[in-house]
Write a protein of this length. Structure first.
Length: 126
């Protein structure tokens, strides 16, 4: 049974209201902490807002429930790269590709994150 909070979270996320989506997904997670979809969508919402540490936690929780999900691994790879943990990002990327994630897709996203990270680091140095 899908919780009302989860449904509300999905609707909020579709509308681009990610803070509100997180609030609903967190309520849903309290009701059903072992639900992969809740944990995955919570991670996605955090990732969208730049809450990379929280995204990693949520994707890790999702992967405890469904360890063979290439999307959760790929998204966690993005979050790891965003916080500068290149080693864990690469490990997740390789695992995601082995599970069927399209290499060109994940590599494109990771390259985008690398470029953004370079820009942020250059800005911090000025």
């Amino acid at each position: 049974m899908t919780s009302e909070h989860f449904k509300l979270g999905l609707n909020k996320a579709k509308l681009g209201l990610h803070v509100e989506a997180i609030e609903e997904f967190e309520k849903a997670a309290w009701e059903d902490p072992d639900n992969f979809e809740i944990q995955y969508n919570l991670g996605t919402a955090f990732l969208t807002l730049g809450g990379f540490d929280q995204a990693i936690i949520s994707f890790s929780n999702a992967l405890k429930i469904n360890p063979d999900n290439s999307d959760a691994l790929g998204n966690r790879a993005v979050a790891y790269l965003a916080i500068g943990d290149d080693k864990k990002s690469e490990e997740d990327k390789i695992a995601a590709i082995k599970m069927g994630a399209p290499p060109e897709g994940i590599n494109t996203v990771l390259e985008f994150v690398r470029e953004k990270r370079k820009q942020v680091n250059a800005f911090k140095q000025n």
